[in-house]
Design a protein around this ligand. Structure first.
Ligand code: PBG
Length: 313
């Protein structure tokens, strides 16, 4: 076995190779700030002011990163997340300004309510309940407004049942048949999202997300979620988080052979950065974990490490 491990031969038999095309860069666009703002629980990751978003995209294009997922931090929140589908909302304005500058970028938008609602939940709330069917038309409305503003792909992350179907029908009815859907199909109620909730100001004011996001004790349930989303019209399916969920990525890819994305989430980024900062791990660990996510079966990886891995590659 050691013959092919020699330094000059090992690349010949390498089964998994990372490419910059594998990566999707998350961008937090904040309409309330004037300068980039570092997220304290995510070292070296920033919220970007609306008028610097073009510059940020340019910096990524310089590294050959051309696919982005946008998250918005709005100036106004209410019970029903009105600013999520506002024509002049933060994401809609960001989309238009990026699309007017660059032809070759791929823009994905997170379609959810939690960043836009005063209670921070991903759906319409009644008492302490998160209502499913009442939320669906709103998600469709958000997706349509993103498509209208230039999104290439919409990525529903609310984990409402039937959301992919509602969004597909909404897009088709409004003439956006070519807008693709990347569904957060197997999204777990995970403890690894807490830095994101600081980053996107999307923490919930009561309860938790366990009534809509998946229970991490389960894996067969992930296959059912993915199957439903494919039937409802998803073009790409996603597993989230990634690192503690490599088994799920593997099973999903093996079973469906469908374009599969994995979300290497905020907490996964933060723990690696913290260990590197302390000198307990060296930076090459980033390359190792991203390779592992691809080896497990992911075709695409959403990661806050995108810029550093692009430099490395
Ligand atoms: C919105 C959303 C969340 C993440 C992506 N979209 C937060 C959540 O569900 O609470 C988390 C991403 C990350 O942790 O990096 N629903």
């Amino acid at each position: 076995m050691r013959r092919l491990r020699k330094e000059n031969l090992r690349f010949l038999v390498r089964e998994t190779k990372l490419s910059v095309d594998d990566f999707i860069v998350p961008i937090f666009v904040d309409e309330n700030i004037k300068k980039p703002l570092e997220i304290s629980s995510m070292p070296n990751y920033f919220r970007i002011p609306l008028d610097s978003v073009v510059k940020e995209i340019e910096a990524c294009l310089d590294k050959n990163l051309k696919t982005f997922i946008l998250f918005g931090i709005p100036s106004y929140k209410d019970e029903v997340g009105t600013s999520a589908y506002d024509k002049n909302g933060v994401i809609q304005r960001a989309l238009r300004s990026i699309k007017s500058e660059f032809d070759d970028v791929v823009l994905i938008t997170d379609v959810c309510l939690c960043e836009y609602t005063s209670h921070g939940h991903c759906g319409i709330v009644k008492g302490t309940q998160i209502l499913n069917d009442e939320t669906l038309p709103l998600l469709a409305k958000i997706a349509i407004s993103h498509a209208e503003a230039g999104a290439d792909i919409v990525a529903p992350s609310a984990m409402m049942d039937g959301m992919v179907k509602a969004i597909r029908e909404g897009l088709d009815n409004e003439g956006y048949k070519d807008t693709a859907i990347m569904s957060y199909a197997a999204k777990y109620a995970s403890n690894f999202y807490s830095p994101f909730r600081e980053a996107a100001e999307s923490g919930f004011k009561f309860g938790d997300r366990k009534s809509y996001q998946m229970d991490f004790h389960n894996s067969n349930e992930a296959l059912r979620e993915v199957e439903l989303d494919i039937k409802e019209g998803a073009d790409i399916i996603m597993v989230k988080p990634a690192l503690a969920y490599l088994d799920i990525i593997h099973k999903v890819k093996q079973k469906f052979k469908f374009p599969t994305a994995a979300y290497n989430v905020s907490g996964e980024y933060s723990m690696i950065k913290a260990a590197i900062k302390l000198g307990w791990l060296n930076e090459d660990v980033i390359y190792e974990i991203l390779t592992a996510i691809k080896r497990a079966g992911a075709d695409l990886i959403i990661t806050y490490h995108a810029k550093e891995i692009a430099d490395f590659l």
